[in-house]
Design a protein around this ligand. Sequence first.
Ligand code: FDA
Length: 399
Amino acid sequence: MLESAVQSYDVVVLGAGAAGLMAAAEAGKRGRRTLLLDHADRVGKKILISGGGRSNFTNLGCTHENFLSENAHFARSALARFTPQDMVALVERYGIAYHEKTLGQLFCDRTSRDLVALLERECDEAGVRTLLETTVGGVRRGDAGFELETTAGAVRTASLIVATGGLSIPKMGATGFGYELARQFGLAIVEPRPGLVPFTFSAEDREMWCDLSGVSVETVTVSERKKAPSFREKSLITHRGLSGPAVLQISSYWRPGEEVTLDLAPGGEVFAALLGVGARRDTAAVFGALKGVLPGRWAERWMAVYAPEASQAYTNLALAKLEHRLHHWTVTPAGSEGYGKAEVTAGGVSTAELDPRTLEARRVPGLYFIGEVVDVTGWLGGYNFQWAWASGFCAGQAA
Ligand code: FDA
């Protein structure tokens, strides 16, 4: 390497997404000479498309319990050091109007472009240099840090922060670069998998349900995994399977071959009135009760599949079976829609390798992993961005 041609920094941040922008700004504010590098043609692309263009940028109720990780407590420290209130204070400092949707979810009133502009300004004012459309060929450990071969030339840095995200939405520039780098340095990876992703049905289920595509209902979704939480939100039939918030949430806990159970009537017993003395117990009465909880087309199909014979007198046992099925609709997805549709990538760089306060690799001083590339995956509802801000903040403070 020709010494005069080498660009030298204190901190290089790879990946100008949510986590990388935050980390670079914080490092820059501390007077660290900081380079932010991305192969994309602009920063913050996922922020721009998030939350339907308005970015659900945090969740007021965010705690470590809203995340999946092999170490359920890992995120606690970073989340405590940069809280949703800290993010709100930053957004308010820039005069960005926002509103709260259900469950503490905060969205920009106008557009997520406001949020990207905020982060760009934070970086500019902190003196961060940004290089876009630049790829990294190789990284190696040098005498006092790391040496990078990039399409913009050789770069030397004391600290290297990896914020290259997960594998979700490859057409937006997602790569496995962060995992490869971790492996190169001998760090363990929790096998990545698509998270917050719609399910696909088997051919048989598709035949049975998918013409109802677009119909949704309030549900509780449950995974067969021990310790997995349940989620009470809408589920939706799609032209290939199931989606909607409740299904996306449970998908992060799902592994191929496992069952998922949906309570399609979480409000309580549906056929109780039919059990009373003298109550009508015919098919019309059952259908009527069902329509009280399911949209009409779904109720009709339900009857056709699970109560195909018209009856004048349902027995207690038959009603109990229908009631049970309604609250325990068990589906074995054929698969998921994969990284092309997954909102996040679960798994990633093992938290056992990282210091929870700084996100620095314990065995490789100066090397940090933040954001989605780490085995910390949030629920739907602003948690993933909060993790990106918090982990970015911590690494930016330490690097
Ligand atoms: P992110 O993926 O944001 O950034 C990684 C950066 O690294 C990218 O700029 C990429 O170009 C760059 N990069 C990758 N490989 C590279 C390489 N080899 N060389 C150089 N650069 C490289 N979350 C939330 O909390 N609220 C929400 O509303 C939404 N909405 C949402 C919608 C959609 C459609 C998606 C796909 C995702 C969301 N999310 C979300 C999830 C959220 O967007 C995600 O968790 C964060 O953006 C992760 O931030 P990171 O900075 O870790 O990665």
